[in-house]
Design a protein around this ligand. Structure first.
Ligand code: PMP
Ligand code: GLN
Length: 399
């Protein structure tokens, strides 16, 4: 493999996944889920729920398959799903989105991110500003698109960016400011000052904002505020979300992008040659989900908030210093007090020491910055409460 020329090397290197022998390693999520399966450890690594989502959503997918909704859907997505996405944006954010031209359905948020970056990047001098640590596909996709990644650090324990560092990162070379809020892996929700500054900087330097909002309904304090709602932002913002987290169907891979028609058309121009179309029977099911009453959306946030609290208490009593996530599936701890000096080594030995799998934060940063995150570890709270209790019980053995 290491002798094969091609873009794969740049992509794997972008994600920090070139092994010592020059071959590409699997992502940390795959490695850690595999480790959990092999050792029987409780898997609080990869962020996926261990319970099914709403019965009516699952039933709608079964019904669609039974009715023969099994061939290519329209590349832009079926009309009823695009309408449901438009109504969702209006209901929760008062954003007016034309279902015919301001939306495209994608193969998960992952394809939406890839297609957006490929669509917007024009050459090797273009820069993409991201907050670091960042979701792992960001650096890989920036590399795939042939651009340069410019990282603005988020620091323990509140993980809000320094506004001066943000101002210094955005220049006329910035093509895209890629924001993830609520944030994976830190659980941060960005302040209104950060949102305002992102939009101001994008306007000043004529950059496009791409916001990954897959955890939009998993917030614990205030309702989510999309960047697209900040005055001046809409015409330069692509908003990305996904059914995976909201409806606990991460394997369905139904995502979407919304924004002004010209930007969405650019994304569609690329998407149609990545997957052309995707997920025919899941699309009407996600439309059903997006139309569920407000009580459903409130209940998933309340349930995850409770799980965050139980997980946080367990981690604290095991001896970790624990951050206070305001959203997302995740809680970050500092494992220094438990002797960690290398988060990846700590996570690789955690199944043996305590029967639990977690993810090192160093998996979400560029190799040159790993030392700044060397003792930080991410645990997922999106599991049944008895699973979190069991993990917490096992972790007490670390003391
Ligand atoms: N962005 C973030 C921040 C995520 O955590 C995930 C989770 N997998 C994704 C994108 C990908 O979403 P999807 O499964 O819809 O592709
Ligand atoms: N988003 C999930 C996480 O951060 C899963 C990622 C993946 O498997 N690619 O854990």
């Amino acid at each position: 493999m290491r002798d094969i020329p091609g873009t794969w090397r740049r992509v794997a290197a972008g994600a920090g996944l070139i092994g010592p022998d020059g071959s590409a390693a699997p992502t940390i999520f795959a490695e850690m889920s595999d480790l959990a399966a092999r050792t029987g450890a409780v898997n609080l690594g990869q962020g996926f729920p261990d319970e099914d989502g709403p019965a009516e959503v699952l039933e709608a997918a079964r019904a669609a398959i039974a009715k023969g909704v099994n061939q290519y859907p329209p590349g832009r997505g079926i009309p009823s799903l695009r309408t449901a996405i438009s109504e969702h944006q209006q209901r929760f954010y008062s954003l007016t989105v034309d279902p015919d031209c301001d939306v495209v359905v994608t193969a998960g948020a992952t394809e939406a991110i890839a297609a957006s970056l490929l669509a917007l990047i024009d050459g090797p001098d273009d820069e993409v500003v991201v907050f670091e640590p960042y979701y792992d596909s960001y650096a890989a996709c920036v590399a795939l698109a042939g651009a340069r990644l410019v990282a603005v650090p988020l620091r323990w324990p509140d993980f809000q960016p320094d506004l001066d560092a943000l101002r210094a990162a955005v220049t006329d070379r910035t093509r895209v400011i890629l924001v993830n809020d609520p944030h994976n892996p830190t659980g941060a929700v960005f302040s209104s000052e950060v949102r305002a500054e992102v939009v101001r900087l994008a306007e000043r330097h004529d950059a496009v904002i791409v916001e990954d909002e897959v955890y939009e309904h998993l917030v614990f304090d205030e309702p989510h505020v999309p960047l697209a709602t900040v005055p001046g932002a809409w015409e330069r913002t692509l908003s990305i979300s996904s059914a995976g987290k909201t409806f606990s169907v991460t394997g369905w891979k139904i995502g979407w992008v919304s924004g002004p028609a010209a930007l969405v058309d650019a994304v569609l121009a690329v998407k149609q040659f990545l997957t052309y179309a995707n997920g025919a029977p899941f699309q009407p099911a996600v439309a059903t989900g997006l139309a569920l009453p407000d009580a459903f959306f409130a209940s998933i946030a309340a349930s995850l908030r409770h799980k965050r609290d139980v997980l946080g208490a367990g981690l604290q009593s095991a001896g970790f210093a624990v951050s206070h996530p305001q959203g997302s599936y995740f809680t970050v701890v500092d494992a220094a007090a438990l002797g960690a000096t290398d988060a990846a080594d700590f996570c690789r030995t955690l199944p043996e020491r305590a029967g639990v799998v977690a993810i090192p934060l160093t998996a979400f940063v560029t190799p040159a910055h790993k030392s700044e995150y060397a003792t930080l570890v991410r645990f997922a709270a999106c599991k049944r409460i008895e699973v979190i209790d069991e993990a917490a019980r096992r972790l007490q053995s670390l003391r």
